[in-house]
Design a protein around this ligand. Structure first.
Ligand code: NAD
Length: 498
């Protein structure tokens, strides 16, 4: 298929919008017959009504997931056989790439260019990567005395609930379900209420790929009812969560209030992006810095939302970012040439607007942007916004806005830059721009964040490198070998040799 505006519009007009729960290998309505309206932020129109999973649906999905796990339909397949199923799933994702991309674009407003050229290829790569490694991993034998053989093996944890956000609907789901499934678990996916359609669609695709019934379910619904009930369920062994820190803390509490299920958390960030005056290529740094906050409408957990620039280059550098921001305005999300699309919904749009007003009241100055735009569409759009004269104790420098709003801070010394960078409750990512390798390594060691980008920002996202947070940005990791650990437990077996 040629990826152009005409073809996109053609496929869009014949698209069907999934709306049901997926349990035990088939689609069904919610037992309570409850539903919620699914609205597109592109134009404010209602797309469809989505079935809303309540306790009875959750109990049924958990029962089927547990049965499938206990029966070993999936778990007892050899890793090489499980690999084939996920590799087939990857080919189906490629087959339905445009359809899935459109579902995510329509649901949450990001551009078709982002969904088709970034989210889908990276999701496919992630599925392939986990499929490919599973039959190349070995367990351990302990260096115990000759009287014993100690086997240290890894086993799937059981039934996993994956609760995911809306900013990369399919991609964030795949980050959980690919490692959880490949290790032999049963998985129940709860997509965000703002972006459920691609998640619902992949239910049937996993069955088509050969996944046994019951191993994978999709339960659309909201957080306070569906998400909370999953977290409190006594027959779920692990909740793998991506979302806000506020909800992440609730998930930990729910675990304590129920069966002490394992909790993995990927939460928010307020990531520093430090530009030293000795940066070799300030144009490249400016481009990456602009992309790091205006890409995906700024709705990125690891967005470089705090630009920390050495004083002597501040004016020139911010001017460069400002110039670049002119070409990073939102546009029609279906146009492959648009850089940015719509903000996910009116609540998020209001939140961004509220923070801009807070920033102004706190005494920061708006260099550019600061306004809701494209109102004539009926959708939710916000201009790329740059704040100057920001102090790190201001709310706009401390709290996650999750929109295209950049706060600019300055520093004089290396120590001051690191102090500002670390002065936040978050620790997800950071950027460092300098030609001095010693400074770069020292900064990377001293910044308390799960990922540090040196002379780039988020250019190298791939499945091999773990992503996750220090401090209140999370517990555990997505991606890499490390993500497998979220879904495995360690078994020690002592064998006496007589
Ligand atoms: P959110 O916390 O509001 O919701 C995330 C998910 O949790 C949704 O599915 C929601 O329905 C569910 N949920 C809400 N309340 C719940 C409850 N009481 N119990 C159980 N589940 C509940 O977050 P969001 O607005 O969807 O996403 C934005 C947040 O996600 C940002 O903070 C962003 O930084 C974070 N995020 C982090 C990463 C990462 O890898 N660290 C990636 C993407 C997004």
């Amino acid at each position: 298929m040629i990826f152009n505006y005409e073809n996109i519009k053609k496929i869009k007009s014949s698209l069907s919008f999934p709306s049901q729960l997926f349990i035990n290998g088939k689609y069904q309505n919610s037992i309570t017959e409850k539903s919620f309206e699914n609205t597109s932020p592109i134009d404010g129109n209602i797309i469809n009504k989505i079935n809303f999973a309540h306790q009875d649906d959750i109990d049924l999905a958990v029962l089927k997931a547990r049965e499938a796990f206990n029966n070993g339909y999936w778990l007892n397949l050899s890793p090489a056989e499980r690999k084939k199923v996920l590799l087939k799933f990857a080919t189906l994702l490629e087959r339905d790439r445009l359809e899935l991309s459109l579902l995510d674009t329509i649901d949450m407003g990001k551009t078709i260019n982002d969904t088709y050229n970034a989210d889908l290829p990276t999701s496919i790569d992630n599925v392939e990567w986990y499929a490919e490694i599973i039959d190349k991993l070995f367990d351990d034998i302990s260096p115990s005395s000759n009287e014993y053989m100690g086997l240290i093996t890894k086993e799937p944890i059981g039934v996993v609930a994956a609760i995911v956000p809306w900013n990369y609907p399919l991609w964030m789901a795949v980050w959980k379900i690919a490692p959880a499934l490949i290790t032999g678990n049963s998985v129940i996916l709860k997509p965000a209420e703002q972006s459920p359609m691609s998640a619902i669609k992949i239910g049937a695709m996993l069955s088509e790929a050969g996944l046994p019934d019951g191993v994978f379910s999709v339960l659309p619904g909201d957080g306070p009812i569906t998400g909370k009930s999953l977290c409190l369920h006594n027959d779920i062994d692990c909740v793998a969560f991506t979302g806000s820190g506020e909800v992440g803390k609730l998930v930990l509490q729910y675990s304590g209030q129920s069966n002490m299920k394992r909790v993995q958390l990927e939460c928010g960030g307020k990531s520093p992006n430090i530009v030293f005056a000795d940066c070799q290529d300030l144009d490249a740094a400016a481009e990456a810095s602009a992309y790091a906050i205006f890409g995906n409408q700024g709705e990125v957990c690891s967005a470089g939302s705090r630009l920390i620039v050495q004083k002597e280059i501040e004016n020139d550098f911010v001017e460069k970012v400002y110039e670049l921001s002119k070409n990073m305005q939102p546009g029609d999300p279906f146009d492959p040439k648009s850089f940015a699309g719509a903000i996910v919904n009116t609540e998020q749009l209001d939140k961004i607007n509220k923070y801009v007003n807070i920033g102004k009241k706190e005494g920061a100055s708006v260099q550019t942007g600061g306004n809701i735009t494209m109102k004539e569409t009926g959708g939710c759009y916000f201009e790329p916004t740059i704040f100057k004269d920001v102090k790190n104790n201001m709310r706009i420098a401390q709290e996650e806005i999750f929109g295209p709003v950049l706060t600019t801070l300055t520093f004089s010394s290396f120590e001051e830059a690191i102090t500002i960078a670390n002065d936040t409750e978050y620790g997800l990512a950071a950027g460092v721009w300098t030609k001095d390798i010693n400074k770069a390594i020292k900064a990377s060691r001293e910044i308390r964040a799960g990922t540090v980008y040196i002379n780039n920002y988020e250019e190298g996202v791939d499945s091999t490198i773990p992503l996750g947070g220090y401090k209140q940005s999370g517990i555990g990791r997505d991606n890499g070998y490390q993500a497998l650990e979220n879904y495995l437990q360690v078994k020690s077996t002592w064998i006496k040799i007589t």
